[in-house]
Design a protein around this ligand. Structure first.
Ligand code: NAG
Ligand code: NAG
Ligand code: NAG
Ligand code: NAG
Length: 355
């Protein structure tokens, strides 16, 4: 495999100097790709970033329903662990992952420079916002993730519902906050970084004085506050979608900044099931899947019901997280500053029973 892909790279380089485009540009219909993927074996192995093992079950079900005969073998784990394991497979020349969707946005340009990614432009590639994609198609945003204010409406009255980050310092939230360790998840670290740049480290010290419960995983706070009997009532380090759901309600700050980013996907150059991987990326970028997934990575689709597009949404800068992630030295400095104040993340990864 390796020698073939090296040869492909050399030919690609020659093609560039000859003025040809080296990316594989998709022109087939989804049904034609489906036929090719079934002929190849009908399987696609996806490693997806996340912190609960069921987080991509909706994608698995939608994909397998839409494409009979296909199996989406999806494994969810923290992006910061998936990437190292992918590096191990790449180093051993023994890759069985076909595609990955991760929050570790800094990995993608590195993998591209190592010729580990397939330059491939899915059908909707031209419609993906330029800021979210590699020009050759080595990687691209697949959906938008974000944090929001979330509270349990049975525990927080409407007048106290949080909107700005300073609201969490009010007495009503003493002993009531469940928050993900910022030193355990870089997208949470960035959320705290944005808040502290605006309100200062005093805000963080005042937050600690509220005695929040620090947890691992970004789904854990929402789970804790949704319980009707527990004392935890609010968080700003989870994402549950854009509308209220059960006992939980959602708001977004307009003075403060909430974190949003394009969860980014790529197909590996040596993917054992390239047609299955292509079918998957074309499906997640389709109208059908994008319209059902909150904010879209495509500029030709409107914002979700009641919201503008992510670029027009007040209170967030969807391109800023990538720059944050690329500066690893700054991320590490920040992480240790949090660790010094609140200690190392305690407890097992919420996915540990998966390993
Ligand atoms: C499915 O994924 C798991 C975990 O990544 C892997 O161990 C297993 O071999 C995969 N199954 C197939 C059929 O590829
Ligand atoms: C609290 O509620 C959860 C379900 O939401 C239940 O599993 C748990 O046993 C309850 N705890 C107490 C002390 O009632
Ligand atoms: C949810 O919060 C919004 C404010 O962000 C409010 O307008 C709405 O009425 C709330 N919905 C519920 C069900 O509490
Ligand atoms: C958003 O963030 C990017 C990258 O950090 C920056 O270049 C840009 O100016 C920001 N946009 C706005 C509207 O602040």
């Amino acid at each position: 495999m390796r020698s073939l892909s090296t040869l492909g790279f050399l030919i690609g380089s020659l093609a560039v100097s000859g003025g040809y485009c080296t990316a594989d540009i998709e022109t087939r219909s989804l049904d034609q790709i489906h036929e090719a993927a079934k002929a190849e074996g009908g399987v696609v192995n996806l490693w997806a970033g996340g912190d609960e093992k069921d987080q991509q079950n909706g994608l698995k079900e939608a994909f397998e329903t839409r494409f009979p005969g296909m199996t989406l073998n999806v494994t969810v784990d923290l992006s910061k662990y998936h990437d190292g394991r992918i590096d191990e497979q790449l180093a051993a020349n023994n890759l069985y992952v076909d595609a990955t969707f991760l929050q570790s946005l800094h990995d993608f340009p590195r993998w591209k420079s190592e010729n580990a990614l397939l330059n491939y432009q899915p059908l909707e590639f031209k419609n993906i916002f330029d800021q979210f994609k590699d020009s050759e198609g080595a990687y691209y945003g697949v959906f938008i993730f974000s944090w929001s204010n979330i509270w349990n409406t049975g525990k927080v009255d409407a007048a106290s519902a949080p909107k700005e980050y300073t609201d969490y310092l009010k007495p009503v939230f003493k002993d009531k906050l469940a928050l993900t360790y910022p030193n355990d998840d870089d997208a949470v670290a960035f959320q705290f970084d944005l808040i502290i740049k605006q309100y200062g480290w005093q805000w963080f010290d005042d937050l600690i004085a509220q005695n929040p419960r620090w947890v691992r995983g970004t789904a854990t706070p929402a789970t804790l506050i949704s319980s009707s009997n527990g004392s935890y009532a609010a968080t700003f380090t989870s994402g549950i979608g854009l509308t209220s759901s059960g006992s939980l309600n959602v708001s977004f700050p307009t003075q403060g900044q909430f974190v949003s980013w394009p969860q980014t996907g790529a197909i590996f150059a040596d993917a054992p099931h390239p047609e299955g991987a292509k079918l998957l990326t074309n499906f997640v970028l389709s109208d059908e899947y994008q319209k059902a997934s909150g904010w879209s990575v495509r500029r030709d689709l409107p914002g979700p019901s009641g919201y503008p597009t992510i670029f027009d949404m007040p209170g967030t800068n969807v391109t800023a997280f990538r720059d944050f992630m690329l500066d690893r030295a700054a991320v590490e400095r920040l992480r240790f500053r949090f660790e010094d104040k609140i200690g190392t993340a305690q407890g097992l990864s919420p996915l540990v029973d998966d390993l």
